[in-house]
Design a protein. Structure first.
Length: 326
């Protein structure tokens, strides 16, 4: 087992050669630790859990059981990408759980942001626990813990969704990237052959779109949010902004405004574009996006997304604003 303290002489993983050496060492370490036993992993599709999954697949193959829970608050195409990459391309032993109705039913009428977070996080643990208890012969639990997690929270972070598993589930932890920083994890992910869209995935909150569909979540407004976010990502890709802007997404607040469409009055939601640049997420600035890009995004959202009546660009830096709206 590795120490929880990053060795001072540990070389920064900044090149493919260093990443490949790290991968080879971790495969050997994992095989030594796991032997012929089974390993369970909550695979969110984020970079940390995806890199851990890819490492374990190389090390122990079908001994790894991945569980991906779709809580209905993922961005467009994310669960489908997890299935395509891990089940279809890497031949992973992947269990896919579509719990959309279960989560959205629980969230109905809940407007307080912290209450929403608790429901989403708590229910995720319940779903994962239920699936884990259906499996036999699991001895190890893999986690995407990285070095900042240890520095900041002295243990398992909630976004790995396993910190609340019942104590009677006696799993030994497998944490192959726990001494790496995020940029090093990305280098390792690229060396493992994971797609850039997964390796360089933007920061995404644990509650997913639940904190960007502000107030009480409704299915129709969630659909407006997911579709508008997909258009924003497509157009930023097209404009070459994906690698230049640290994070960008849309928000659909819980209020409507009047408009006109085809000569008739409408009463639809505003779609707010949020884009920020930052070094440490403690402060953030708003990039100046060229007008033709913003206009193209606006035109597409208003023409293609049901329920969208206006498009706004959030110009607020952090501080005083935060990056997310809830």
């Amino acid at each position: 087992m590795q120490s929880n303290v990053r060795p001072e002489n540990m070389e920064r993983i900044s090149t493919k050669a260093l990443a490949e050496a790290f991968i080879a060492q971790q495969i050997a370490d994992i095989r030594r630790q796991v032997g012929d036993k089974k390993v369970l992993l909550a695979l969110s599709g984020g970079v940390d859990s995806s890199v851990v999954a890819a490492l374990l697949i190389k090390a122990v193959g079908k001994q790894l059981v991945c569980v991906h829970v779709n809580h209905g608050l993922m961005r467009k195409g994310e669960s489908e990408q997890v299935i395509e990459v891990f089940r279809n391309q890497l031949d992973a032993n992947l269990i896919y759980i579509d719990a959309t109705d279960r989560f959205l039913d629980l969230l109905e009428g809940v407007s307080d942001p912290e209450a929403k977070r608790k429901i989403i996080g708590g229910e995720f643990i319940k779903v994962f626990d239920e699936e884990a208890r259906k499996l036999e012969g699991i001895s190890f639990l893999a986690q995407g813990t990285i070095y900042p997690d240890i520095l900041e929270s002295h243990g398992v972070k909630a976004h790995h969704n396993v910190g609340g598993l019942p104590e009677d589930m006696h799993f030994e932890l497998v944490e192959p990237i726990k001494l790496l920083f995020k940029d090093e994890v990305r280098v390792v992910g690229s060396a493992l052959g994971l797609p850039d869209s997964m390796v360089y995935r933007q920061p995404f909150p644990g509650p997913g779109l639940g904190v960007r569909c502000t107030g009480a979540i409704t299915r129709d407004r969630l659909h407006t949010l997911r579709e508008s976010d997909a258009i924003l990502r497509e157009e930023f890709d097209r404009a070459g902004l994906t690698d230049k802007v640290w994070q960008f997404f849309t928000v659909v607040p819980d209020f409507r405004s009047t408009g006109v469409r085809n000569g008739k009055r409408t009463f639809d939601w505003p779609v707010i574009i949020r884009a920020v640049n930052t070094v440490d997420a403690m402060t953030a600035t708003v990039p100046e996006i060229e007008w033709p890009v913003l206009k193209r995004i606006t035109d597409r959202i208003l023409a293609e997304v049901p329920g969208a009546g206006r498009v706004l660009y959030d110009l607020s830096p952090k501080a005083p604003a935060t990056i997310e709206w809830e």
